[in-house]
Design a protein around this ligand. Structure first.
Ligand SMILES: [Mn+2]
Length: 335
């Protein structure tokens, strides 16, 4: 595959992609009222792609309800029209279709009431499956936002500065600031397009990376004090008590695992967070060839080759042994 436009290098794959885009646009053009949602515990891609999809539908003269089961993390609340995403646990139609962005099932949204609707499944995860009524899965896309961008172009929409800001945020955050393996030449071409359309890279980076809550740094301190290294593996964790003591919110956990995988010689890392009901939330990261999505999938989760997650049964030491038993064979020899 060529490096410049990897998702168009294979003509058969490209034709399939275009077919999916056309099929989705047909449904959008015919309908009037749409639901747009993404996964629970939304990240930058979930929030940004939902907002941009809403703006696209608005431009097409449609009505769009944007709904999320969880609160939008503080760093993304400054995005254009961020308050148009309603927090709810149940949705009520009627809708001509529900557009689900990077969800591997209805359950991933944590929203109730989705069952009756025609589902358009748009996903870029390595673990993405065609489970919806209409499916567009592009494992090469850097973010779900990139797919919304391509949909918007195909629809002949204008990429407004507001839309560009949301879409740039999806690319920036899902590539870890253009650091992960999903970063390709086409990613920079996309970033360039979005900056030309009005996204401000400096302001967005400041919002995303330099607006940290104090509670997050206190929680990071607790996690780092538990940092353990074993050859090419590293892991850290926080207890529910750590969360309470530091007044941390769930979103304060985002990115903590990256500190463990940033260590020289470490190939895979895990971050474990004790939930109140003795369940353990696990985040996995890798650099290089360790496929953490495959490991997360075996444990009932999913994600990308270099970034994945799942939820395990507690207590914490048990979950830790379980994940280490999966990670140890995936890295070879001492670091
Ligand atoms: Mn994503």
């Amino acid at each position: 595959m060529g490096d410049t436009t990897p998702h168009l290098a294979d003509p058969a794959a490209a034709a399939l992609q275009e077919g999916s885009i056309e099929a989705i646009l047909k449904v959008l053009r015919q309908g009037e009222r749409f639901l747009v949602c993404s996964h629970s515990r939304p990240d930058g891609d979930a929030v940004g792609s939902t907002l941009a999809m809403g703006m696209l539908l608005e431009q097409m003269g449609k009505r769009a309800d944007l709904v999320a089961a969880d609160r939008i993390p503080a760093v993304y609340r400054g995005l254009p029209q961020a308050d148009s995403i309603r927090t709810a646990l149940r949705v009520h139609g009627p809708y001509d279709a529900a557009i689900l962005l990077e969800c591997d099932s209805l359950d991933r949204t944590r929203l109730r009431g989705l069952e009756p609707f025609f589902v358009i499944n748009i996903d870029h995860h390595a673990t993405g499956q065609p489970w919806g009524n209409l499916n567009w899965i592009d494992r090469e896309a850097a973010s779900a936002g990139e797919m919304v961008y391509r949909l918007a172009l195909a629809a002949g929409a204008t990429i407004t500065p507001e839309m560009a800001t949301c879409l740039y945020t999806t690319v920036l955050t899902d590539t870890g600031g253009f650091c992960y393996g999903s970063t390709r030449a086409s990613t920079f071409a996309l970033a360039r397009d979005l900056v030309e359309a009005g996204a401000d890279p400096l302001r967005i980076a400041q919002e995303v990376y330099f607006s940290t809550a104090t509670s997050k740094l206190l929680l990071l301190g607790a996690a780092l004090s538990n940092l353990t290294r074993e050859g090419r593996l590293a892991w850290l964790w926080v207890t529910h008590q750590d969360m309470m003591r530091t007044c941390a919110a769930e979103e304060d956990c985002e990115g903590i695992v990256n500190y463990a995988v940033s260590i020289a010689g470490v190939e895979a890392a895990a971050f474990l967070r004790e939930l109140p009901e003795s369940r353990i939330r696990l985040s996995l990261r890798s650099k290089g060839r360790v496929n953490v999505a495959a490991i997360a999938e075996r444990l009932g989760g999913g994600g990308h080759e270099n970034a994945a997650g799942c939820t395990l049964d507690g207590p914490l030491p048990r979950a830790m042994e379980e994940i280490l038993a999966h990670l140890r064979p995936s890295v070879s020899g001492p670091g």
